[in-house]
Ligand binder design. Structure first.
Ligand code: ADP
Length: 546
């Protein structure tokens, strides 16, 4: 017997409709590309999203068409998420930091008909324009007067397109399983692969985000996604914030710590989301300026493992707790979030915050051995991580030769880790970064974490280097705190007290900066190249790269 409940589809547009109706005055504050802050309410965002839907229709965009988006986080870009979904189109969020070759590949593969972009990202298309096979025009997210001179043809001004457009728009009659967003993996190995999110997966992912075991947000919160919307669906923020009626603070392109700090304090941000490197830089900024973080109570971090010392300092010095999340482009946004139980002491709480956390309702995880058999949740049995659930990819877009899931339908993540009895996941490595020394795994994440805990080390990275006897050995590359003269021997002595003896890196090299990928991960491919001539298995002592 079927239930007798109303049948409403889970659609992205329902989110902005809700925010408009119930939290219409709640502010969206943006640092514009031009510089000044802009503020308006969800009511205005919804109205302009509908006007953009009209504009897209006028340009001939139909249900299922792809529209590329290459922009920093600000209100106009937020509007396009709803406007595009509102005509049944698919917004392909493009990482403007992609290499030109990958940019061209993804736009052509997605067959984007138009590109929505801001003045800051516009130039990246100028050199590749002729190679974009399907793009009919560029819609610049700006007022006409703020559009810079450009060699691009077929430029449309976003504000002009909206001007005079009807403020009412009947949202397209989409099925909740229809595609709504498209995001490509970074493609560090091989071509980038597209993940096609659906209305349903986006709504359920955002719902999970709002629950207390996720990020846990409501209308009393002010959220600042420092993570760009092009990185893994903006971690779900474009949908979760309006769903919760939370105030939204969008930092635009200005990622300098003083600018971010000004917004955090000035706009009373309560929760901010960013990759660990941003928080490491923010701590440097706070130490240098003696500033605090205002009303900021919590951060959410992920995309890479945050050093335990970072979590500890944020909490002890600034009263900011960390929720650490794990996810990947293939999983829409986060799958797991770390939250310590009430009543445990500080050390135990820190232990839990340092894990990648527990899955929220709607997604499941497991780690499996080499034969694919699930390993016990015992806090030590390590294997490959797999994931399944409402917002996890089933296949890659137009790439059926590259399976995303195993024979049982579980996503193959390429991550290695174990799960504790309490359900908290602990990642030890990306499979391709694993260090296999004498047949045993050494966790590069754990080593990096331990090294970054040294008071004179700002950031640390560990790569595998070949070794005659042990096949591979860890090699540590570190950035010294300004003014510090810490030596390789000091760092090794520090590590000797914290990791097993056979985990100790063969050597330590100091560098002024560790390279990062466009999504804030340590770029190990670049590091391996940079240190290719090293054979630390034979060397001793300290090396300076500065
Ligand atoms: P990109 O390569 O574009 O950054 P993703 O964001 O999809 O792509 O990267 C996902 C990968 O990032 C995961 O498979 C994992 O290796 C790593 N990752 C994500 N979150 C964490 C985390 N909390 N701790 C450690 N690694 C993480």
């Amino acid at each position: 017997m079927r239930g007798l409940m109303q049948q409403h589809r889970l659609t992205i547009t329902s989110v902005i409709d809700y925010a408009e109706t119930v939290y219409g005055d709640v502010e969206v504050v943006s640092r514009t590309i031009e510089g000044p802050l802009h503020r308006y309410g969800y009511r205005d965002c919804a109205r302009r999203a509908r006007q953009f839907a009209h504009a897209l229709e006028r340009l001939g965009i139909k249900s299922g068409d792809r529209v590329g988006g290459a922009s920093w986080n600000h209100y106009r870009y937020l509007e396009t998420f709803f406007g595009a979904a509102g005509v049944g189109a698919i917004l392909h969020t493009i990482n403007p930091r992609l290499f030109a070759e990958q940019l061209v590949y993804t736009v052509n593969h997605a067959q984007d008909r138009f590109i929505v972009t801001d003045a800051a990202c516009l130039p990246i298309f100028e050199t590749v324009q002729d190679q974009l096979e399907t793009v009919e025009g560029f819609i610049v997210l700006a007022a006409a007067a703020d559009i810079p001179a450009t060699g691009l043809s077929n430029i449309y001004c976003y504000d002009e397109l909206l001007e005079g457009a009807d403020e009412a728009f009947p949202w397209a009659d989409v099925d909740e399983w229809d595609g709504s967003g498209l995001c490509y993996t970074s493609g560090t190995t091989g071509d980038p692969k597209g993940i096609l999110y659906s209305h349903r997966s986006s709504v359920l992912n955002a719902l999970g985000f709002t629950t207390p075991n996720g990020v846990g947000i409501g209308f009393n919160d002010t959220l600042m996604p420092i993570v760009p919307f092009f990185h893994g669906n903006g971690w779900g923020v474009p949908f979760a914030a309006p769903m919760a009626g939370a105030k939204l603070v969008l930092p635009g392109r200005e990622m300098e710590m003083n600018k971010l700090h000004e917004l955090i304090v000035g706009e009373d941000v309560t929760i901010a989301l960013a990759v660990p490197t941003v928080w490491l830089s923010m701590l440097e900024h706070l130490r240098a300026t003696g500033a605090n973080l205002g009303r900021l109570g919590r951060i959410v971090t992920g995309g890479a493992a945050p050093p335990r010392a970072m979590i500890e300092e944020l909490e002890a010095q600034y009263g900011v707790t960390t929720s650490h999340a794990w996810g990947m482009t293939e999983t829409s946004a986060a799958v797991t979030y770390s939250h310590p139980p009430d009543g445990v002491d500080d050390e135990a709480a820190l232990d839990v915050r340092s894990t990648q956390g527990r899955p929220v309702y709607g997604v499941q995880i497991k780690v499996v051995d080499e034969d694919g058999r699930p390993l016990p949740w015992d806090g030590s049995s390590a294997g490959e991580l797999k994931a399944s659930g409402y917002w996890i990819a089933s296949e890659y877009y137009k790439a059926s030769d590259k399976p995303a899931v195993d024979a049982d339908g579980w996503l193959i993540t390429g991550d290695i880790g174990f799960i504790g009895e309490d359900g908290n996941l602990r990642l030890t490595d990306r499979a391709k970064d694993v260090i296999k020394s004498g047949g045993e795994w050494i966790s590069s994440i754990d080593l990096e974490n331990a090294a970054a805990g040294h008071p004179d080390i700002v950031e640390a990275a560990v790569i595998a280097v070949p070794h005659e006897r042990w096949q591979e050995r860890p090699f540590l590359i570190a950035v010294r705190r300004q003014g510090s003269e810490v030596t390789a021997a000091d760092v090794l002595a520090w590590l000797a007290e914290r990791v097993a003896k056979w985990w100790l890196p063969e050597d330590v090299a100091f560098t002024s900066e560790i390279p990062h990928t466009g999504t804030g991960k340590i770029d190990k491919v670049a590091l391996r190249k940079q240190f290719a001539d090293r054979n630390p298995g034979l060397a001793t002592g300290q090396h300076d790269e500065d």
